[in-house]
Design a protein around this ligand. Structure first.
Ligand SMILES: [Cu+2]
Length: 146
């Protein structure tokens, strides 16, 4: 005589599967929230010089950047403003038209770009917040010395 295993009723099986799915989805959700965000910035070139600059509604933290030519430069722009600013939404920009540089930092976040500027004097500006490019505090000079 064979011993038959007690069959689980279909209703109970369905509940187990639903419970398992909920637990699995919760684990995936927790890992998703706690995992460090992907680093979206391209790797910095070796030996690059790092220049940090902050953007606020009051202007750039630095009106003049002086570097030596022939060396990669990484500009890291941080927006100090919150997303609640009605004009620009708390974003700031660091743009140099002559070099094709355009960094836009989201509110309370940072973005960076690396480039090797030839000798010269370049105007950088922000044109995404109040006043924008016309605002003298949202402009500056990058001086690249030979
Ligand atoms: Cu700005």
């Amino acid at each position: 005589m064979k011993n038959k295993r007690p069959q689980t009723r279909p209703g109970k099986r369905w509940k187990r599967r639903a419970f398992f799915l909920i637990v699995a989805a919760s684990i995936v959700g927790v890992v998703w929230v706690l995992a460090p965000p992907f680093d979206r910035a391209a790797p910095r070139p070796p030996g690059s010089e790092l220049v940090e600059i902050k953007g606020t509604m009051g202007g750039f933290s630095t009106a003049e950047i002086r570097v030596r030519a022939g060396r990669p430069l990484t500009v890291r722009l941080t927006s100090v403003d919150t997303p609640f600013h009605t004009d620009g939404g708390g974003k700031h920009q660091f743009a140099i038209d002559a070099l094709g540089v355009n960094i836009i930092a989201p509110p309370q976040d940072a973005r960076e770009a690396s480039f090797t500027p030839p000798p010269g004097v370049y105007e950088y500006y922000c044109d995404v917040c109040c006043g924008g490019r016309a605002n003298p505090t949202m402009r500056g000079k990058l001086i690249v010395e030979a």
